[in-house]
Structures are given as structure tokens and as C-alpha cells.
Write a protein that binds this ligand. Structure first.
Ligand SMILES: *Cc1c(COP(=O)(O)O)cnc(C)c1O
Length: 373
């Protein structure tokens, strides 16, 4: 009987069998012809990597056990002891923690670049500086980086541009087309999309870097499991549909919040009032994603009562699932920053971040209205 499944089955195996030594030689002589051991390669992980590589327009990708592992792999692809990296000051808290607490111990030093200085790197570049790490849309203020301009600025100083494209997804922005050298993801977020997977991906624009990423993922054991890969592939199939719905709902919610008397400010790139709105339109193909933040009065009790009353936006410190949620940057992602850093980034007591899902938007508006009143 020939079994021909339409969907790739889950190859839940750590190792693959060989009939004889000739097959073993074939594995080494013809890369990609067979599988040996799942840490080195597995059909489910490879399927996910190929699909993300295709969406991002890369020449090769690896998938990893988390977004953090993806960031780690991307930095190691270019850096060794004695090297220096630049990192946008508006960055995921885990990225700065990795650089400050761990990569520093491996002799890789970091300097942070304020958003206003991203296109003037000269004063910060040292002879050992290798790359700049930045996000397409920052967390939680949704500042949009001009990736084409950033790539030009990096390359003028001999730096690589590594873009964390998690908030945008390749449906909204494709960093490699704009000149970035690596685009990476927390696949945990939009690419999987259902809050049931932890995974990461790194996509390279250059085949040598892709090979380097593969070696790093195999030697450091950053590999993603077959089951997680399979779930992420399943999620990825609806990414395009989901991003449209997330973006539609988020724009309606942002407009509602912007008019609400209790709300002092809304940070959403789809609003005309957003400082990088024009750039977001151009770089985002008219979609702005599902992430936003807004400012209530700087009063913890007010924030608490909003959280307790809201039913459709449970407090869950992650993002990008089909079900809406909210998070509190001061107490979660930006907790480990100093008070001055928090102040400088605008992470204040009243700042609430929303991850707008794909529910009927009337339900979301009704819930927000009752929670705010
Ligand atoms: C969540 C997140 C990460 C880390 O990803 P994990 O899958 O949690 O390891 C990195 N960058 C951004 C922008 C994120 O939102």
C-alpha cells in the first residue's frame, strides 16, 4: 500500500535508519538527500524553514527552539570574542538581557542607539563593530524603523543589519528586500499565531551566512522539535489572512481609543497622528499589524481596574495570537531597565499594550468601552 498524505506527517523521531554504509556515504556526499539525526535536520523543521525563507525572500533559513535562540544565532553568525554590536535602544527586553548578561561574558560588547540617532551611526561605530540589531516596529511604542535607510547607513560603515521582524511579519514588511542582511522572528508570535508554540527563525540574504547559521544551530543545539515545527507550519498557512484581520481590527480599535476621553495617547502606526505613519504606509503595504499601546493616567489603580474589568483582553505577557490579550510593559518586558531608561523610552505606569486578535471587532470595542468607563 502506498501512503500519500496531503499534509507532511509529524516525523516524531530523533534519528533515521540506514540500510548500509553506502547510504551513510550518500548522506555525507549529497547534502539534503537523506536525514541522519533530528538535531541536524528533520523534515518538519526543514519544511518550516523553507516556507519562512520563501516568505522573507531569503537564500536560506534555520528554525530554532525560540525567538531568543534565533537572536543568539544571528549575532553569533557575525560576531566572536572581541567584537562589538550596536542595538536599537527600543528593543525587545530579552534581546538586551541576552546582550548585557550573556554575550558580554563571551567578550561581545554592546552600545545602544537611541531611535533619533539610528541613521547617524558614525559616532558609535568602533573598528570592532560588526552589526546593528533593530526591530521593524518597536515594542511597545510601535516606532517604525526605515529599513532601507538603515541598511544604507549600516553598509556605509561596514556593518551588517540584523532585523527582528516579529511585529511586522513578512506579510507586512520583508527586510531583506530593503537591504537587511538577516531577518529573524519569534515564530511564537504571528507566524504560528495561535499562542501554542514557542519557536524562532533566522533568514539570511547570503548563502555563506545561511551555512554559518546552520552550523551554529546544530553545534549549539538550537534545533526546533518536529511537533513544534508542524504546528508552526499549520499556523503559517493562514498568516496572510490573519494579518489582514489583525490589521483591520487594530485600526478600528486604535481609532476608538484615540477618541476616548480616558486615553491620553495611542501608539499605532496606522493612525495619521503616528510620527512614522507615512513610512509605515510605504514599508507596510498598507497593513499595520495588530500591536499597539496606549496611555491611561499614570495611576496603577486605574490600570488595575481596567485590567480587571476587561474580558476580551486578558493580561497575558505575550502577543500576536488570534485571541486578543494585553500586556503591561513596565511590569514585564521592560521590568529590568533602570527607572531612567524606562522614562527615556516612555514606559510609564499608565502604558498598556494591546495585542488585537481576529475576533469580531464590535465585541472588542464593546469590551474596551465598558472596561474604560
Ligand atoms: C517574543 C519576542 C522575542 C523572543 O521570542 P521567544 O519566542 O519568546 O524566545 C524576540 N523579539 C520580539 C520582538 C518578541 O516579541
Amino acid at each position: 500500500m502506498e501512503i500519500t498524505p496531503k499534509i507532511t506527517p509529524i516525523y516524531q523521531t530523533s534519528v533515521f535508519k540506514f540500510a548500509d554504509l553506502n547510504e551513510l556515504e550518500q548522506y555525507f556526499d549529497e547534502p539534503g538527500s537523506r536525514y541522519l539525526y533530528s538535531r541536524n535536520g528533520n523534515p518538519n523543521a526543514d519544511e518550516l524553514a523553507e516556507k519562512i525563507n520563501h516568505l522573507e525572500g531569503g537564500v536560506g533559513a534555520v528554525v530554532t527552539g525560540s525567538g531568543m535562540a534565533a537572536i543568539f544565532a544571528a549575532i553569533l553568525a557575525y560576531c566572536q570574542a572581541g567584537d562589538h554590536v550596536l542595538c536599537a535602544a527600543d528593543i525587545y527586553g530579552g534581546s538586551s538581557a541576552l546582550l548585557n548578561a550573556e554575550l558580554s561574558r563571551m567578550g561581545i560588547t554592546v552600545a545602544y542607539v537611541p531611535f533619533e540617532q539610528l541613521y547617524d551611526l558614525k559616532p558609535l561605530v568602533q573598528p570592532t563593530t560588526r552589526l546593528l540589531l533593530a526591530e521593524t516596529m518597536s515594542n511597545p511604542l510601535l516606532r517604525v524603523a526605515d529599513l532601507r535607510r538603515l541598511a544604507t547607513e549600516c553598509h556605509a560603515h561596514g556593518l551588517k543589519l540584523v532585523v527582528d521582524n516579529t511585529f511586522a511579519s513578512p506579510v507586512i514588511t520583508r527586510p531583506l528586500e530593503l537591504g537587511a542582511d538577516i531577518s529573524l522572528h519569534s515564530v511564537t508570535k504571528y507566524i504560528s499565531g495561535h499562542s501554542d508554540v514557542t519557536a524562532g527563525a533566522v533568514v539570511a540574504a547570503d548563502p555563506e551566512v545561511a551555512a554559518r547559521l546552520k552550523q551554529i544551530s546544530v553545534f549549539y543545539g538550537l534545533t526546533l522539535s518536529p511537533m513544534e515545527s508542524w504546528l508552526a507550519v499549520r499556523g503559517l498557512k493562514t498568516l496572510r489572512l490573519r494579518m489582514r484581520e489583525h490589521s483591520y481590527n487594530a485600526l478600528v480599535v486604535a481609532q476608538f481609543l484615540a477618541e476616548h476621553p480616558r486615553v491620553r495617547q495611542v501608539n499605532y502606526p496606522g493612525l495619521e497622528s503616528h510620527p512614522q505613519h507615512a513610512l509605515a504606509v510605504e514599508q507596510g503595504a498598507g497593513l499595520f499589524g495588530g500591536m499597539m499601546s496606549f496611555l491611561l493616567a499614570d495611576d496603577a489603580e486605574g490600570v488595575n481596574s481596567f485590567m480587571r474589568r476587561s474580558q476580551r483582553f486578558p493580561f497575558a505577557p505575550s502577543l500576536a495570537g488570534v485571541d486578543s490579550s494585553l500586556s503591561y510593559p513596565l511590569g514585564t518586558s521592560h521590568r529590568s531597565l533602570t527607572a531612567e531608561q524606562q522614562q527615556a523610552l516612555g514606559i510609564t505606569v499608565g502604558l498598556v499594550r494591546l495585542s488585537v486578535g481576529i475576533e469580531p471587532v464590535e465585541d472588542l470595542l464593546a469590551d474596551l468601552a465598558q472596561a474604560l468607563d
